[in-house]
Write a protein that binds this ligand. Structure first.
Ligand SMILES: [Zn+2]
Length: 178
């Protein structure tokens, strides 16, 4: 797998689940073999209950998966964890799509709210401003225009770049699974 993609997934894990979660995932990724909660805890010097909490979070995201085996002596289940490397491109893609959705909503909001009240700080769309004769309906202060063209341009560029990346990654995933 490309180092750039690995870097990205590590950064994502750290930002979302914290530094310890990244350490856990990195260990599984680098060893690329199965480890139990117990082995990971010992290896990383992190408490077992914390290791388990992290592993469940990562498994919900599909980043790790476990093979469950019943211990004959104790009758408890033992979980053998490994990094789900095969699905990483798909997981990253899903995250990216989510970010685009959030950005689009934000852009939509920024585009619609182009007036603000300098007194109470409320934001209004052009239509709302017009309806209220460009005065704040809350406090009657004359509304001012927000110059957010710079922000809008940055957001549009970002969305465009992400969408291009998504398209390329989708193509790659499809050609790989074909
Ligand atoms: Zn106001």
């Amino acid at each position: 797998m490309m180092t750039e993609a690995v870097d990205r997934i590590m950064r994502f894990i750290e930002a979302t689940y914290g530094e310890k979660a990244r350490t856990v995932f990195q260990k599984l990724f680098e060893l690329s073999k199965e480890l139990t909660d117990h082995e990971l805890a010992k290896e990383l010097n992190i408490h077992e209950s914390e290791i388990r909490k992290i592993l469940y979070q990562l498994s919900e995201e599909g980043l790790v998966n476990a093979r469950r085996v019943r211990d004959r002596e104790t009758n408890y289940y033992i979980y053998y964890w490994r990094a789900n490397i095969k699905d990483l491109p798909r997981i990253l893609l899903r995250r990216k799509k989510m970010i685009v959705t959030i950005l689009r909503k934000r852009l939509d909001y920024e585009e619609r709210n182009s007036f603000y009240c300098p007194r109470c700080g409320r934001k209004y769309s052009f239509d709302e401003a017009l309806t209220n004769e460009f005065r704040c309906p809350e406090c009657s202060t004359p509304l001012e225009n927000i110059d957010n063209s710079e922000t809008l341009k940055k957001m549009r560029d970002l969305i465009e770049n992400l969408e291009r990346e998504i398209l390329e990654e989708e193509r790659r995933i499809i050609s790989r699974s074909a």
